[in-house]
Design a protein around this ligand. Structure first.
Ligand code: SF4
Length: 880
């Protein structure tokens, strides 16, 4: 092994080839083994991507993290790639297209604006379950998706040809996080820099909160908003405070028949109780070695549900086994192992690094679980759904023909629980046993199976389980997000009728990761999340309040009761089938076949540097905020609250993704422009049209606007007129009157997905600052990306204690020059009766880069100012 005697990198032989690598062991010295592995990886990133004083200070700060297990120091992070999906990429790419227009208008060649990192875009979020329980359901749903989204997909095809470094994975290729695990992740990557071949850890960012799924195979990556992704795409690092790292020590082993989904729900519950928002989580201890990489990825996937940035598992033999089982080459596996061992990032079950805080989970104590009916952290024993539903206090208006808490949707859905073949094979075995016993899903239940990977069809078919699943209604409806993102399609007629008559409050049963009211369907407030085999069991029961611990799932034709234990397979049964049915060749081949999707390739795209906007389009409009003239919203001002909301307001509340109600104002706007009221698609499909999304902001039946509690959906109060009008119209009135507006919120404002439209919508409404008790991490960052100042109330103060009344105003003192990370900001409450209350809020701003973004008005003005300045420098230097 050769060492060039450079402290920061060296040339070595790994798996028979010579590579340049960061010299992590020399840089970290004795600290290496005591630091959590996620911090070792951040140190590697700093070593490779910074230099001089910045590098020395960052490495020293990471070493200095050890004594206290915490730090206030900021470091730069530069991922090697970015992953997006169609609904976050469309607005990001629309922004880039609009920024190209802005450059063109400023006299700068638009072609100069291109992402400098590889950007993978998965088109997975727009597939809806229109057809189900039929042989051609997947084909019908795919055709419907492409027809409905034709204009948006034409734009994405333009982006992939007009922009450098953008690669699009068409509809049908699977769910982004499964694609990441199976196709994109290398764990250790090789790249050419300055004429040398480097071996580097695969590190990434994704514009989706479930990006940490890839942490399950030792790839460091997390979810960011589309705006933060734009920052890194255009060559700026993302800055982060060296995180606290929560160590979760796993002991024991899962008992036979207990699934990774059960473990993920337990972890979610335990970490939500502990409180890990915004922190990194790393799993360690001997229990880790009993989990497959598939199990780990399920647990890692739910990091946003436990509130963490990551849920990291380091590389070991199980990681290599996963890479092998999904078709990666043996030579690559050798490189991964050699690199991880050399750099001290290979997992050791006996090691006990220093963590900021620790908890221990005994895997052998975990049983079958479900979670709900409104939040993923509300863990229940699988027999306790009835108890949880009792708390809902639903009194049926009259007796109906279906159970009062009938199962409306039984969906095997989501990257979380359809990426691990073990879970789908377990579901298939439940289906096989149910089929053999002649059990049927009741007619009111809408069933679906939407795997994350087309390879799932191959291994299920080889195992003969595809037939069993289809026979009881769980045939494949496509490869995409479907029910998990709210694209569950229409409910069955018996459910719709019973709900309308007040006879039932139906429940969704899904193997997803989130169950906020309205998330999976606008008319479904209650949902339980659980493992895929358990979804089938509840689907067969047809009644979400059935206690499957003590009561039968169903009876056979001759009246013999069938219990859950009769249906659930043992782990050995599953593993035996997996060994026979899985073929490593499936993964690359099936993905390549799906990528050739002829309907996708038939979409014609314009071949121009500037996108030709169509003034009549209802899908794509040039957004006003991607411009050089957007100014900073900082300053000293008085403002009316546009809305006041309570705790746990999610990004689904702020910017819905689900179906556009045909009787809504948004529908009226679209119909006036020629769209068909009965085929308006989902809000998420309109994120290229800012006029729709501005009207859609806060369009949620379950959002309670404390300023006007009785107002219709998406309405608020205008002061002083007292008029209750659509929110965007009230916002327009305030703008015309020269009034500023702010928003007040309770705890965890912006929970849920990473959608940047939740922040863009607020910017379009003119909101200058959001004052909240606390913010969810990604939404806080998105607000800053749009130039909106997030402010935290002082301890003990919030909308509930302030009791603002119509006519009360808020005065904010946040001049640009005095803003700093976590700086105090003076706020006054100006009561209508003339009294004044002062309080000191805190800027929820973490880094100097965020301060700079707020000073320029957000990410897009910053990118444009830099592009113009670079162009001037180039022109000044005489370079053409
Ligand atoms: S969590 Fe759901 S919506 Fe998000 S990527 Fe996974 S399947 Fe799609």
């Amino acid at each position: 092994m050769e060492n060039t005697n450079n402290l920061f990198f060296r040339e070595i032989e790994l798996a028979g080839e010579i590579y340049r690598v960061s010299d992590l062991p020399s840089a970290l010295g004795g600290s290496l083994a005591r630091l959590p592995i996620v911090l070792r990886l951040l140190a590697e990133n700093v070593l490779r991507n910074t230099d001089g004083r910045e590098r020395d200070e960052a490495v020293a700060a990471i070493r200095a993290w050890l004594p206290a297990g915490t730090s206030d120091a900021e470091i730069a992070y530069q991922p090697g790639r970015v992953l997006m999906h169609d609904t976050t990429s469309t607005p990001a790419l629309v922004d880039i297209a609009a920024m190209r227009n802005a450059l063109d208008e400023a006299g700068v060649a638009p072609e100069v604006l291109n992402p400098c990192l590889p950007v993978d875009v998965s088109i997975d979020h727009s597939l809806a379950v229109e057809a189900y329980a039929s042989r051609d359901a997947a084909t019908v749903n795919l055709q419907t998706e492409i027809r409905r989204n034709a204009e948006r997909y034409r734009f994405l095809r333009w982006a992939s040809s007009a922009l450098d470094n953008v690669r699009i994975h068409p509809p049908g290729t699977g769910i982004m996080h499964t694609i990441n695990l199976e196709q994109l992740a290398t764990v250790v990557t090789t790249e050419c820099r300055d004429g040398h071949i480097w071996a580097v850890p695969d590190m990434m960012l994704g514009t989706d909160s479930h990006t940490p799924m890839v942490n399950g195979i030792g790839v460091l990556g997390w979810g960011v908003g589309g705006l933060e992704a734009q920052t890194v795409m255009f060559g700026m690092p993302t800055m982060l405070r060296i995180p606290d790292v929560i160590g979760v020590r796993l002991t024991g082993a899962l008992r036979a028949g207990i699934q990774a989904s059960d473990l993920a729900l337990v972890v979610t519950n335990r970490l939500r109780v502990l409180g890990v928002t915004g922190e990194f989580v790393e799993f360690f201890g001997p229990g880790v070695s009993t989990l497959s990489a598939g199990d780990r990825s399920v647990v890692a996937n739910m990091a946003p549900e436990y509130g963490a940035t990551t849920g990291f598992f380091a590389v070991d033999e199980h990681t290599l086994a996963y890479l092998r089982s999904t078709g990666r080459s043996e030579s690559h596996l050798r490189l991964v192992e050699a690199y991880a061992r050399l750099q001290g990032i290979w997992f050791d079950p006996q090691a006990h690094p220093r963590y900021s805080r620790e908890i221990e989970i005994d895997l052998s104590a975990i049983g079958w679980h479900i979670a709900g009916p409104r939040r993923p952290q509300d863990l229940l024993d699988y027999g306790d759904s009835a108890k949880a539903l009792e708390a809902v206090h639903f009194e049926p208006a009259s007796a109906g023909n279906i159970p009062c808490h009938a199962v409306a949707l039984a969906a095997i859905t989501s990257c979380t629980n359809t990426s691990d073949p073990v879970l789908l094979i377990a579901a298939g075995l439940v289906a096989r046993k149910a089929r053999a016993l002649g059990l049927r899903v009741p007619h009111w239940v809408k069933t679906s199976l939407a795997p994350g990977s087309p390879a799932a069809a191959s291994y299920l078919e080889r195992a003969g389980l595809l037939d069993d699943l289809a026979a009881i209604g769980f045939g494949i409806v496509g490869f995409g997000c479907t029910t998990c993102i709210g694209n569950s399609g229409p409910l069955t007629t018996p459910i719709r009728d019973a709900q309308q008559a007040g006879q039932a409050k139906a429940v969704a049963i899904l193997s997803g990761n989130r169950n906020f009211p309205g998330r999976v369907h606008p008319d479904i407030e209650l949902s339980f999340i659980m493992s895929p085999p358990m979804v089938i069991a509840f689907g067969l029961a047809g009644d979400a309040s059935r206690n499957l611990r003590d009561e039968a799932v169903q009876a056979t034709e001759d009246g013999t009761p069938v219990y859950l234990e009769d249906l659930m397979p043992s782990r050995n049964e599953v593993l035996e089938i997996l060994a026979r049915a899985n073929s490593p060749e499936d993964y690359a081949r099936d993905f390549a076949i799906a990528s050739q999707n002829p309907a996708w390739h038939a979409i014609e795209a314009p071949a121009t540097a500037l996108f030709p906007w169509d003034e009549k389009s209802t899908a794509l409009r040039r957004p006003p905020f991607a411009s050089l003239s957007e100014g900073s919203l900082l300053g000293e001002y008085q403002a009316y609250p546009l809305l006041i909301v309570g705790d746990d307001v999610t990004t689904d509340h702020i910017s819905p993704a689900s179906g556009i109600p045909p009787d809504s104002l948004v529908a009226d706007y679209l119909v006036e422009r020629g769209d068909d009221r009965n085929d308006l698609n989902v809000f998420a499909s309109r994120r290229g049209n800012w006029e729709v999304m501005m009207r859609a902001a806060f369009h949620s039946k379950t959002l309670n606007n404390l300023l006007a509690p009785q107002a219709p959906v998406a309405h608020t109060l205008h002061v002083p007129s007292g008029d209750v009008e659509p929110i965007w119209e009230v916002a327009q009135r305030y703008r015309q009157e020269g009034q500023s507006v702010v928003l007040l919120a309770g705890e965890r404002y912006g929970m849920g997905s990473s959608r940047d439209w939740a922040a863009k919508g607020q910017r379009l409404l003119g909101i200058r600052a959001v004052l909240a008790v606390s913010f969810e991490r990604i939404h806080r960052s998105n607000l800053i990306g749009m130039g909106i100042l997030p402010l935290k109330f002082p301890e003990g103060i919030g909308p509930a204690s302030l009791r603002l009344r119509p006519g009360d105003r808020v005065e904010i003192h946040a001049p640009s020059e005095s803003l700093a990370p976590r700086a105090p900001v003076d706020v006054k409450i100006l009561r209508k009766n003339g009294s004044v209350e002062s309080l000191q809020a805190t800027a929820a701003v973490e880094t100097l880069l965020e301060v700079a973004l707020l000073r320029t008005g957000g990410v897009m003005p910053s990118i444009l100012l830099k592009a113009v300045s670079d162009a001037k420098k180039t022109a000044g230097s005489g370079v053409a």
